[in-house]
Ligand binder design. Structure first.
Ligand SMILES: [Mg+2]
Length: 217
């Protein structure tokens, strides 16, 4: 997939850094997503039924159990991200773990979210103790990682809950260390099989020392 020109512009604004690079997804990695989204749905008479790894088709009306159409689910997500400061909390242990890693690495947050939500998310991450540069992308994450790493052959680690983001990074940065973290672990049952070299961790307490080792810090 081609690069996102707005993401490239955001990367160009970052200070050049030659330390090991740690790139973190936001939803389900640093911030809770599924649990607050389910509360958001409940407040509107809707529910998420965990039947597969997708939202459309699994968001239903509580009374009729009828699934909402794609356009309605997209509108709900838009509303949720707009109001994220009221709903989303930090994943347990994430702020302290990342602060520890940031002592020896460049930490960059990469969220797959429409660029228009970047400012709201920036404010919310600051409030929750994640003062690291935030990039938004509306395209694949792999090319963004390659651009972020730059010419230096520094170690790279990437953490995400979604398989296709991890695979995208594997395709773009062959030697990246890949970690799968998922705050709402019930969804793990619906993940497609992950490539063998992706390290699956249950929480930040487990993941942080392995990320530090991978980055050599
Ligand atoms: Mg995510």
């Amino acid at each position: 997939m081609s690069e996102d020109p707005e993401t490239a512009r955001q990367i160009a604004e970052l200070a050049r850094d030659s330390r090991p690079l740690l790139v973190l997804d936001v939803d389900e990695v640093l911030l809770e997503f599924m649990v607050p989204f389910m509360r958001f749905l409940d407040a509107q008479g809707l529910a998420f039924l965990a039947r597969s790894f997708k939202l459309t088709g699994n968001v239903v009306d509580q009374k009729t159990q009828k699934p909402l159409e794609q356009a309605a689910v997209s509108a709900l997500l838009e509303g949720f991200f707009h109001a994220q400061r009221e709903w989303q909390s930090a994943a347990p242990g994430a702020a302290d773990a990342v602060a520890g890693l940031a002592a020896g690495a460049e930490v960059v947050l990469l969220t797959a979210m429409p660029h228009r939500h970047r400012d709201i998310r920036r404010q919310h991450l600051d409030a929750l103790g994640f003062p690291y540069p935030l990039l938004t992308t509306e395209r694949a994450k792999g090319p963004a990682l390659r651009l972020l790493r730059g010419e230096a052959s520094r170690p790279v680690a990437f953490v995400d809950d979604i398989a296709h983001n991890l695979v995208s990074v594997r395709d773009a940065v062959a030697d990246a260390h890949l970690f799968n973290l998922m705050s709402y672990r019930e969804m793990r049952a619906f993940l497609p099989p992950l490539p063998d070299d992706i390290v699956i961790e249950d929480d930040w307490a487990q993941a942080a020392p392995k990320i530090a080792t991978a980055l050599g810090i």
